[in-house]
Design a binder for this molecule. Structure first.
Ligand code: BT5
Length: 323
């Protein structure tokens, strides 16, 4: 897009001015057209100084995820082949499900700066102030329906290992869908599926990562259990770069999942913080207590109960009990 090209030129020469005439010549358009694109960039939050004798210069870049930079030469096979971004949505998962129904490609990604009705599991909400990452990927894996729950584990492996690689933080996975740092939740995943008995139509993998938001934006009860990447890293995190590297990591693990899901399970085992712990798993009106001893081939938690029997739990909320 012309606007993105102009943005790139201006970003590359942020130290000085570029004349409207030069931009117009490079782009092969009129100076009025250049001016219109400059106005469009301003409406996206860029502050651009215009000096009649010198030209244009970017004075301030908005704190938004720059999708053109994420998409530019993105070295992925599937994830991020299409990226749609929005300043605000009700929920990226809701829109991604709609797009999937209308035929969105495998790997299409939806992101939003905020969500007004971000969703967690079981009708819970995901609080979604500015400064974080909210994304959903449309997936169409050619695998049997019973493998679908592994998508959550796959996404968790991608998020935890991306945080580790990019920021060197000790991110771990709490079964089934939480990413934790130092015992606090930094990210949550929500997988939704449309399927026939023997065939997956599409899956939407939703990922929320607390990046730079002020934790005070969360109500106290949630805040005490939560953290952000910025708090853990001790600095603001570049969300554009974080997202780009996360999509690359997700692409890798998605390919692993489709080709040889045992690799995903092994990676999950090395990154998890649940196994080996005594846990209580609640769900469907009951709570089971026991030792989290493993995950099975379908991603269910294997719980060793005190009577010596074991249960394979498909879903639930885990509370870590004392060691
Ligand atoms: C989750 O549910 O953790 C899944 C979160 C998925 C969010 C993404 S954002 C992009 C995509 N679009 C959506 O609409 N959703 C996905 P669950 O395990 O049910 O946890 C929900 C609970 O986490 C809430 O009841 C709160 O206690 C807590 N919580 C809510 N917002 C939080 C936040 N920003 N950080 C940490 N914890 C939060």
């Amino acid at each position: 897009m012309l606007k993105d090209d102009i943005l790139q030129i201006l970003m590359r020469s942020r130290a000085g001015y570029i004349s409207g005439a030069d931009l117009a010549r490079t782009m092969g358009v009129s100076r009025t057209a250049v001016w219109k694109h400059i106005r469009a960039l301003e409406s996206e939050g860029y502050r651009i100084t215009a000096v009649p004798s010198k030209g244009y210069r970017i004075a301030e870049v908005p704190d938004t995820i720059l999708v053109s930079e994420v998409a530019q030469g993105l070295p992925t096979r599937t994830i991020g082949r299409e990226i749609r971004s929005y300043p605000e949505l009700a929920s990226t998962n809701t829109l991604a499900m709609e797009l999937a129904q209308k035929g969105a490609v495998d790997g299409a990604v939806v992101i939003s700066e905020t969500q007004s009705s971000g969703r967690g599991r079981l009708g819970r909400s995901w609080l979604s102030p500015r400064g974080n990452l909210y994304l959903s990927a449309v997936l169409r894996p050619a695998v049997p329906t019973h493998k679908a729950p592994l998508i959550t584990l796959m996404g968790a492996v991608a998020v935890a290992s991306s945080i580790r690689k990019q920021l060197g933080l000790p991110a771990g996975i709490k079964w089934p869908n939480d990413i934790m740092i130092s015992g606090k939740k930094v990210s949550g995943l929500l997988t939704e599926m449309s399927a026939e008995p023997d065939r997956i139509r599409h899956i939407v993998l939703g990922i929320g990562v607390n990046v730079n938001m002020d934790l005070k934006k969360l109500p106290p009860a949630v805040r005490t259990l939560s953290t952000t990447l910025a708090v853990e890293a001790g600095r603001t995190v570049d969300r554009t770069r974080f997202l780009r590297d996360l999509l690359i990591e997700l692409d890798h693990w998605y390919a692993c999942f489709v080709n040889r899901e045992t690799d995903v399970l092994r990676a999950w085992e090395t990154l998890n913080v649940t196994l080996g712990r005594r846990v209580a798993v609640s769900g469907a009106g009951t709570t089971l207590e026991g030792a989290a001893s493993g995950i099975d081939a379908e991603g269910r938690l294997v719980l060793l109960l005190d009577d010596g029997t074991s249960r394979h739990v498909a879903a639930g909320d885990v509370t870590m009990l004392k060691r």
